[in-house]
Write a protein that binds this ligand. Structure first.
Ligand code: ADP
Length: 217
């Protein structure tokens, strides 16, 4: 269990706070809008109505023990940047922030923000990926054009082995695990026969993953 600070309890900040609380963490939520704080006060570990552009007010919130403070103010660029600056001054070690534009991103990055989130853009990419490959449940970028993907396969692959679905450039493709009902097989052998209706977790280069996709449809 860790403690997190969430500044700005709009849709993004409120939803992130709820998820963190559900995961068993402590969350200090702050917003200058009384209504936004009231709506979350019952579920948050601590809540406060404060204008975070005011360094003194921010200091009184005692956020220095938080593992990460998330600045979830998107629209008001000045408030977002001032808040990050003040958090740095009062000694908050790790700051994550939401950005709404390229210049917002650039300044946050220069200020040393560890992770900059573009919720709409990230969600847009995810939705496009799911539309493109409907069988992909989850995917994660590993950098250098490598991805880890989780896919669900249907009856049509029953009787095939993993070897049957391997791409030509197999050194850039790995099946990490297969899940059947409650049973998980880690790093399955290529001779393993598929039953259909399984979940596969694979890692590979984008090129290799794309060449495998038609075999999984
Ligand atoms: P979303 O799209 O997630 O709703 P917004 O940028 O619209 O994001 O909302 C950000 C939240 O941050 C709002 O609830 C707003 O009241 C709050 N906020 C904006 N400026 C300040 C500030 N100076 N101090 C504290 N909270 C602020």
């Amino acid at each position: 269990m860790a403690e997190f600070g969430v500044i700005g309890l709009g849709r993004f900040g409120a939803r992130t706070s709820k998820e963190l609380l559900d995961l068993g963490h402590r969350v200090i939520g702050v917003d200058s809008d009384e209504k936004a704080v009231e709506a979350m006060a019952d579920v948050l570990t601590h809540s406060a109505i404060a204008d975070v552009t005011d360094e003194k007010a921010l200091e009184e919130l005692d956020l220095t023990n938080c593992e990460v403070v998330l600045v979830a103010i998107g629209e008001d660029l000045q408030a977002s940047l001032l808040c990050v600056l003040h958090l740095k001054t009062i000694g908050v070690k790790e700051i994550w922030a939401k950005a709404t534009s390229k210049s917002h991103h650039q300044i946050l990055s220069k200020l040393g923000v560890k992770r900059i989130i573009h919720p709409e853009e990230e969600m847009g990419i995810r939705v496009a990926q799911s539309l493109n490959y409907p069988m992909v449940n989850e995917y994660m970028s590993l950098g250098h054009n490598w991805f880890c993907v989780e896919i669900s396969i249907g009856e049509y692959l029953k009787g095939k082995t993993l070897d049957d679905i391997m791409p030509d450039d197999s050194e850039f493709f790995h099946v990490l695990l297969i899940k059947r009902r409650d049973e998980v097989t880690v790093t399955p052998s290529l001779s393993m026969t598929l039953e259909g209706n399984e979940t596969l977790v694979m890692a590979g280069s984008l090129k290799a993953l794309k060449s495998v996709a038609p075999k999984l449809k």
